[in-house]
Design a protein around this ligand. Structure first.
Ligand SMILES: *[C@@H]1O[C@H](CO)[C@@H](O)[C@H](O)[C@H]1NC(C)=O
Ligand SMILES: *[C@@H]1O[C@H](CO)[C@@H](O)[C@H](O)[C@H]1NC(C)=O
Ligand SMILES: *[C@@H]1O[C@H](CO)[C@@H](O)[C@H](O)[C@H]1NC(C)=O
Ligand SMILES: *[C@@H]1O[C@H](CO)[C@@H](O)[C@H](O)[C@H]1NC(C)=O
Length: 383
């Protein structure tokens, strides 16, 4: 009896040296029953690739069968038996040993698929790796240097805000950041102070070492500051622009401003900060920039960093501002590149009622006349 059934062999994604597939007619097939009752797990998936991925990410899984409808069966043994005809052609086997990859029902073309390291998964259609959590490259063998590199690597297309590892060339170790991989051409977020954060009342009146190393959790929608040492390593590895997003409680829209060539020098300069120019950022500018597909505000954010170019970083215990008579960080109750002092206080306290008047408040001067800034977030995009 000849069964017109295809067998699709998959050799392990993450455990073997090569990842390969065999797609053939099961002429050697003697047993025509997929023992789905012996599957240790069944899952609903959309198509066979999802079934492969489920298996490859589960260390107990050695083979999987997709029934051609929506059910994926995972087996803890190396199933060699063929699919029943009703199971619509697809049967995967995950193995440890490399085998040539043959695509097409004639079984003739042979392709060696790349090894996908660091939890990357192979896309069996394109025979390329889809990397995971900040790894990039053909084999997912290295960590991206910033979120922008990840965005343009093609591995993270259409991913939303998420946590990734980056390794700027100037950093000694990789570290975790939140990236925007969708709207903003790969933004590396470095701070958030927001009424909408999960922890809006995070204490920000902190000392030099806290501002140097970072505080708050690096999680999506978490108030935080990644640390000025990390901002230094990102901006000194290659040129970045700074994007400031703010929202006040009168206009209630996210508004943007761009600071080109934003750079923070090392600790020996007290993290001196420079930028080359400040530009409004609106829907019109956004649509002219291929990295940006979505900017919300019709009116841009004003420039409230006037006078800060070239400033050193200050905290209450390290007064590097240019007003000898004052300690700006102590008055403003946050760390920042104060001059004498500043038209903004991104690490100030969130206030939501009364006039914007107190100096320790979160504010962005040009936008806080009789209103309060209730959200500010900053990110770096490589140019
Ligand atoms: C294949 O199926 C037959 C009949 O169900 C069974 O006896 C045999 O053990 C199976 N082989 C494997 C490798 O699972
Ligand atoms: C890959 O996944 C395993 C299991 O979830 C995890 O322990 C490991 O840390 C991951 N490796 C990387 C490089 O993310
Ligand atoms: C900021 O300072 C740097 C270095 O002194 C200078 O090159 C740059 O043009 C300045 N930026 C602005 C906006 O003036
Ligand atoms: C807020 O400012 C406006 C305009 O300057 C003023 O009329 C009003 O009295 C102030 N309100 C409070 C609570 O200070």
């Amino acid at each position: 009896m000849i069964q017109i059934t295809f067998v699709f062999l998959l050799i392990s994604f993450s455990r073997a040296v090569f990842v390969e597939y065999r797609y053939e007619s099961p002429k050697s097939c003697e047993h025509l029953t997929v023992p789905t009752a012996t599957a240790y797990k069944s899952l609903t998936v959309d198509w066979m690739l999802d079934c492969v991925r489920q298996c490859s990410h589960d260390s107990s899984c050695l083979s999987a069968t997709f029934d051609g409808s929506q059910t994926c069966f995972l087996f803890s043994d190396d199933q060699r038996n063929c699919s029943e005809p009703k199971y619509n052609h697809v049967f995967f086997v995950v193995e440890f040993a490399p085998v040539a990859m043959m695509l097409g029902s004639d079984g003739t073309s042979t392709v060696t698929a790349p090894t996908c390291l660091n939890n990357g998964t192979l896309d069996p259609v394109s025979a390329t790796c889809q990397c995971y959590k900040g790894y990039i490259g053909d084999n997912c063998h290295r960590i991206m240097m910033d979120c922008t590199e990840g965005f343009y690597s093609g591995h993270y297309n259409n991913h939303y805000n998420g946590l990734y590892l980056i390794k700027p060339t100037a950093a000694s170790e990789p570290f975790q950041v939140q990236c925007n991989m969708k709207d903003f051409g790969g933004g590396t977020f470095f701070m958030m102070n927001s009424q909408y954060a999960v922890n809006p009342s995070l204490t920000r009146n902190l000392d030099w070492n806290k501002y140097k190393d970072g505080f708050g959790e690096i999680l999506v929608n978490s108030a935080n500051w990644i640390g000025v040492e990390k901002i230094h390593s990102i901006t000194s590895s290659r040129p970045h622009h700074l994007f400031v997003e703010a929202m006040d409680n009168i206009k209630w829209e996210r508004r943007w401003r761009k600071y080109e060539h934003f750079k923070v020098e090392d600790e020996s300069t007290n993290y001196r900060m420079t930028y080359s120019g400040s530009f409004p950022w609106t829907q019109t500018e956004a649509s002219a920039d291929p990295g940006w597909t979505k900017a919300i505000a019709s009116t841009p954010l004003g420039d409230s960093m006037i006078g800060l170019n070239g400033s050193a970083f200050s905290t209450f215990d390290r007064d590097n501002d240019l007003d000898a008579a004052r300690n700006c960080a102590r008055e403003y109750q946050g760390g920042w590149w104060y001059n004498a002092c500043a038209d903004c206080n991104p690490n100030g306290q969130i206030k939501t009622s009364g006039n914007a008047s107190s100096i320790n408040e979160l504010y962005w001067e040009t936008d806080t006349i009789n209103s309060h800034v209730v959200h500010i977030q900053m990110m770096l995009i490589a140019n």
